[in-house]
Design a binder for this molecule. Structure first.
Ligand code: ADP
Ligand code: MG
Length: 247
């Protein structure tokens, strides 16, 4: 018993929380199954690694700032044109993140653009990628205040180091020229370094008007579309359909 207390104290000093959590069970198991010294050591190390991976995913899920929990398993593909179930399921392998490809979801409100973006983002986090989710209005506020506000600076720094940046709801509110500039600079910096997912209710041709600068919008789209999959979704708004059903 004393030896175990000593072991626990060493483990605390080294902060090996994964081993601490499974130590009792592993000792009992090793004694009853007569596990070799090396087998026991490997078991302990595996427990620590598994615990650290789990913790990192939990931290990255919290750090992604997803507004709600959504998954592909509760997405009804029959309701929407422009993306098929197998096409969406294939994206769950996250190969497009490895190759720094972007995904752009266009379509009217309530069609599931944000839902799909969150579902793909969550899977990416679970697979070990670093993800940041921001609505474009929030993102622009962060970009504008990053120089003077520590929390904004911290968020932007995390965003720039992410594997995947999801920018939601482009097009609902017009963007001032200075804001569009900050946004353009950010996309340029992310270009070929990270994947970007964008959702927008406005088609490309309406972007220039929304950003008030044709030349810059062209340059922005050029970067976003260089390695990208574009999904133009259509169908009836899920929100309207649902409220009608509930009437
Ligand atoms: P958008 O971003 O296109 O405006 P959302 O993704 O926010 O739409 O969808 C609005 C609501 O309807 C969300 O609660 C979402 O989960 C749900 N929803 C939209 N499309 C579908 C779908 N095809 N299957 C299941 N739920 C959907
Ligand atoms: Mg949305």
């Amino acid at each position: 018993m004393k030896a175990q207390q000593q072991a626990l104290s060493y483990l605390q000093t080294l902060n090996l929380q994964g081993i601490i959590r499974s130590l009792d069970e592993m000792i009992n198991d090793a004694e009853s199954r007569k596990v070799s010294y090396l087998g026991f050591l490997n078991g302990l190390l595996a427990a620590e690694i598994e615990y650290r991976i789990k913790r990192r995913v939990e931290r990255n899920l919290a750090g992604a700032h997803f507004p709600v929990v959504k998954g592909l398993e509760d997405f009804e593909f029959g309701r929407v044109k422009g993306i098929g179930k197998s096409e969406a399921t294939n994206l769950l392998d996250c190969r497009w993140i490895d190759t720094r490809e972007n995904l752009l979801f266009f379509g009217p409100p309530g069609i599931g653009k944000t839902h799909l973006a969150i579902a793909l983002g969550r899977t990416a986090v679970e697979k070990g990628y670093k993800v940041c989710f921001e609505r474009v209005t929030g993102l622009i506020k962060l970009l504008k205040t990053a120089e003077v506000q520590k929390t904004a600076e911290y968020r932007i720094r995390r965003l720039m180091k992410s594997d995947l940046v999801i920018i939601d709801e482009i097009g609902y509110t017009p963007i001032e020229k200075r804001e569009a500039n900050l946004f353009f600079n950010m996309i340029s910096e992310l270009y070929e370094k990270a994947s970007v997912v964008i959702t927008s209710n406005k088609s490309f041709d309406a972007w220039a008007e929304m950003m008030g600068d044709t030349v810059m919008t062209t340059a922005l789209l050029d970067r976003l579309l260089h390695h990208a999959k574009v999904f133009t979704l259509d169908g009836e708004s899920y929100r309207i359909k649902k409220s009608r059903k509930e009437e």
